[in-house]
Design a protein around this ligand. Structure first.
Ligand code: HEC
Length: 391
């Protein structure tokens, strides 16, 4: 029953989280595009204090959008704020993290071969990891470093790569990536909550009072939103990384993530320049592509040293019965899984052949057995891979 409730919560929260994330990132993409695409206002609009204007057609209608230098003379009764998209994404994301990695800590968070945490020890470390990472970002953005774009980007990159390395030491491979993602997501939601919202409230207050808002508020909000802009693409990769054990299961998974961070950052920069009308600078895309190819070549799996003699199919089945069938059976005996995970049953030779490639990848990356809960030995792993490769 517990496993069944776990699955439903997991499914509902993931669906909600993705939905909220689409709304947040979608609105943010739209506004970045809008800001960078504004045209010079007409003389009539300029007289009204309008900074830029834009016409668009979408969904069978024409739209006229204008952006004020400061604000409208009369504050509209309904001003849309776009903040709940961000907060909902964070709240559902943290709930999903709690269900999957805290409740399911033994399966998903803890890797006894790295640190043999107790469940509460692992949860405490996870919360501490996120809290300290978040605090470091907040300290940095309040420091003079924020005045240098390149300097800030470099320091933030080092901090995030270090966090990826640290998470890789502490948690299971898959949890390590998700923790970097949760940290980036928290930084981004924090940017909305601690920077962008207060500055917008100040803007509304000043416009209402007929004062000129202090420029530093707007500048800080702009800086935080630029950071969110660059963090989005790496974050979206981490959100889907769960599906790619070859990335988080790599022996230098944190370096793989750092490389993907650079590649996705370059793509974002290319898109920003293009929308800005700064001309298409294909060099950024070409470098991103070359880096991707280099990364793929570097990550290519090395042949596993097999013990010489390939085991026979009875021996292979003996290993899977011992180490996999608790979960991957038509009727699993595991406490957490009542139906075969990912629909994969590994009970006879035909099954092993059917899932050969996915098994090799899951075994080579040590993704399976999940959390090595069935205590598979390195010899068994090498023997099973050897047998699969010989088929
Ligand atoms: C504790 C339960 C458990 C054990 C034991 C276990 N698995 Fe899994 N396995 C899972 C779960 C859960 C998933 C689905 C994970 C996901 O959705 O990412 C999975 C997914 C897989 C996949 C699909 C991965 C993919 O996305 O391509 C393969 C292949 C696999 N397991 C093979 C194995 C093999 C081989 C063993 C034994 C050496 C094993 N598993 C032992 C729980 C287990």
């Amino acid at each position: 029953m517990e496993g069944y409730i776990f699955d439903w919560l997991n499914m509902f929260l993931r669906w909600f989280h993705v939905l909220a994330g689409i709304a947040w990132i979608g609105a943010s993409f739209y506004f970045v595009w809008l800001d960078l695409s504004l045209e010079k206002p007409s003389a009539e609009n300029e007289a009204k204090g309008i900074k830029g204007q834009l016409s668009a057609i979408h969904g069978g209608g024409f739209y006229e959008v204008v952006k004020y230098k400061l604000g409208p003379q009369v504050m509209p009764a309904n001003l849309h704020w776009f903040k709940w998209e961000a907060y909902t994404t964070w709240l559902t994301g943290f709930s999903l993290l709690a269900v999957m990695y805290y409740w399911g800590a033994n399966q998903y968070l803890i890797d006894p071969a790295k640190v043999a945490f107790s469940q509460w020890g692992a949860i405490g470390s996870s919360v501490l990891f996120l809290a300290v990472g978040f605090a470091i970002y907040e300290l940095l953005i309040k420091s003079p470093l924020r005045n240098s774009n390149k300097g800030f980007a470099a320091v933030l990159f080092v901090v995030l790569v270090f966090s990826a390395w640290l998470a890789d030491q502490l948690f299971s491979d898959r949890a390590a990536y998700i923790h970097v993602g949760a940290l980036i997501g928290s930084i981004m939601a924090g940017n909305v909550f601690l920077g962008i919202m207060p500055s917008q409230r100040e803007l509304v207050r000043a416009v209402n009072a007929g004062e000129t808002p202090e420029a530093r508020f707007a500048e800080l909000a702009k800086l935080r939103s630029t950071h969110n802009n660059y963090l989005t693409l790496p974050l979206v990769f981490i959100m889907i990384s769960n599906h790619y054990p070859m990335t988080y299961g790599h022996e230098h998974a944190w370096l793989v993530l750092a490389a993907i961070g650079v590649i996705t950052g370059l793509i974002r920069h290319f898109l920003n320049l293009k929308t800005q009308g700064a001309g298409v600078k294909p060099a950024y895309l070409i470098v991103a592509l070359l880096l991707t190819l280099a990364l793929a070549a570097w990550m290519a799996p090395k042949p596993v040293a097999t013990t010489g003699n390939v085991i026979n199919s009875d021996q292979a089945l003996h290993i899977t019965h011992l180490r996999c069938a608790e979960c991957h059976a038509a009727q699993p005996t595991s406490d957490m899984f009542k139906t075969p995970p990912a629909g994969i049953i590994l009970e006879d030779e035909a099954h092993l052949l059917q899932y050969k490639d996915r098994m090799i990848s899951a075994l080579q990356t040590s993704y399976m057995p999940l959390g090595n809960i069935t205590a598979m030995t390195d010899d068994e792993r090498a023997q099973l891979i050897g047998w699969l490769q010989a088929q």
